[in-house]
Design a protein around this ligand. Structure first.
Ligand code: AMP
Ligand code: MG
Length: 490
């Protein structure tokens, strides 16, 4: 049977690589799929004219039961370091690239079904994804997009009654996810470790051609590639730190070669600030805690650099790695400058931030609510900024901080209302807190009611825009939020 989505697929790009890179494999049919979410905005961006009303078969397409005409699904092979240990063979264990598509603006996107059944890289897994984590991936990738943070996207989500065993019995789901490429650091590690240096070079050249063409002109193209990836990684992680996002499983196979947030699993946004917050209950040592993410970025770049050794000068690669710290500092100070509403960044501002974080840590100050509220800071009058004070236990310490902050703002002589607007474009009002995702998951699981997914998506796609109808999403998390436990099991 064939199914036609207008203009899809059009442009094999990853699929044009040689067979060493993947195995062609069809999705395993998924019984009784129900469309749980459809991202009409993204469909429009892609130029895919598939109205769920007009296409009752859309659920079957997302489930992998029908393939678009011309699709030739494949699972790609990669490896990577998981929690610091090299695992020689990973790959798309439950994801299939079903096709590549040229959007009206010319960008080519890979379309992947995550949860579409067994592949040669499934190892001990069942090739499925559960509804719980698929809702989290669908919502969070769109929330990140709303925040303006580079990410893979989600075009749709289907749910099925098919049972799937995790810690307990759950049900299956598939997310149709979209990105210019799903290539990871781990793809490079695989070809390096298997000694297939010809494929390693093919891959590096392919990535350069499609995503970093300027590197072709560099006398050291592969070191230049590492530099570009390091820059994107530093910028991405700085953005995560700014919004209090913890990825949860920053293994090198979950690191995008083009600096996207990739593979949403046990992620979490900070509620009350704790620099050492560990969002993944399977992360027993806190390797991927919030404050470790920047250095983990560097650790993973070391893995990538090592994989590039057969292609590039060791000194040139090492030199790039040495620059990462300052790349990150530039990117992170840019984030902090915006969050504080400053117009420039001075060395002393690091001190201003660490004094603030010290107090936020002591008071477990809500990351999102406080930063959002900081736009209301009165720098001119002699008010005590009572609302902001209420975020802190040690109020005299906060008062002392406000004196420094006030002086800094007065030094810039910035206009209060412009500063207010600027800060509100940087500090979101809404993020996908765990308990918000949990409410959507419970409704979907218990009653097959997917309305909360749609409502959350509507809110989170414009997270800087206050709206009365979403007041509940901007409230302090309820006590039960602390008992939510997310792990690698998905
Ligand atoms: P993740 O922890 O989701 O990044 O996955 C790590 C590796 O395990 C990747 O190769 C995945 O494709 C694979 N994997 C994860 N879950 C499953 C599953 N349920 N079935 C098959 N492979 C899986
Ligand atoms: Mg992964």
């Amino acid at each position: 049977m064939t199914f036609t989505l207008a203009n899809f697929p059009q442009a094999p790009r990853f699929g044009a690589l040689p067979p060493e890179f993947y195995t062609r494999v069809s999705p395993t049919p998924l019984p009784d799929p129900i469309l749980a979410a459809w991202n009409a905005d993204l469909a429009q961006t892609l130029g895919l004219h598939a109205d769920p009303q007009a296409h009752p078969d859309l659920a079957h397409l997302l489930a992998g039961n029908l393939l678009p005409e011309g699709a030739s699904p494949l699972a790609s092979v990669y490896s990577g370091h998981q929690f610091g240990t090299y695992v020689p063979q990973l790959g798309d264990g439950r994801a299939l690239l079903i096709g590549e598509h040229r959007a009206p603006d010319g960008t080519i996107y890979e379309l992947q079904l995550k949860g579409a059944g067994l592949t040669p890289y499934s190892r001990m897994g069942d090739g499925r994804a559960v509804l719980r984590s698929s809702i989290r991936e669908y919502l969070c990738s769109e929330a990140m997009q709303g925040l303006g943070i580079p990410t893979t996207r989600a075009l749709g989500l289907v749910s099925s009654p098919q049972p799937v065993l995790r810690e307990e019995l759950e049900t299956a789901a598939v997310v149709l996810r979209v990105a210019p490429t799903f290539v990871r650091f781990g793809h490079f590690e695989y070809f390096h470790r298997t000694g297939d240096h010809a494929s390693l070079r093919t891959l590096a050249d392919w990535v350069i051609t499609h995503f970093y063409p300027e590197c072709h002109d560099d006398p050291q193209p592969y070191a230049a590639l590492l530099r570009k990836v390091a820059q994107r990684t530093a910028q991405l992680i700085a953005r995560w730190q700014g919004v209090g996002f913890c990825h949860g499983v920053l293994n090198s196979d979950n690191m995008s070669i083009i600096g996207l947030t990739l593979d949403y699993g046990p992620f979490g946004f900070l509620d009350g600030f704790d620099a050492g917050h560990i969002c993944n209950h399977s992360d027993h040592t806190g390797r991927y805690a919030w404050h470790h993410q920047p250095e983990i970025g560097l650790w993973n770049l070391h893995c990538l650099a090592q994989a590039l050794l057969p292609l590039a000068d060791k000194e040139a690669l090492t030199e790039v790695l040495k620059q990462y710290q300052s790349m990150f500092e530039v990117a992170f100070s840019g984030q902090l400058r915006g969050k504080l509403g400053l117009q420039s960044w001075q060395d002393d501002d690091w001190n201003l931030v660490s004094l603030l974080l010290e107090q936020m840590q002591k008071s477990a100050t809500d990351w999102t609510l406080f930063w959002r509220a900081l736009a209301t800071f009165d720098a001119e009058g002699d008010t005590r900024n009572e609302k902001l004070r209420d975020f802190f236990i040690d109020r005299p310490a906060f008062d002392a901080w406000t004196e420094q902050y006030r002086a800094r703002i007065q030094q810039e002589n910035s206009c209060a209302s412009l500063r207010f607007d600027r800060m509100n474009r940087v500090n979101p009002m809404y993020v996908l807190r765990n308990h918000l995702a949990e409410i959507a998951i419970q409704k979907a699981g218990k009653n097959g009611d997917f309305s909360e997914i749609e409502r959350l998506q509507r809110c989170l796609s414009h997270p800087f825009e206050p709206r009365d109808e979403f007041a509940d999403y901007a409230a302090t998390p309820p006590d039960w939020a602390q008992s939510i436990s997310v792990s690698c099991s998905s």
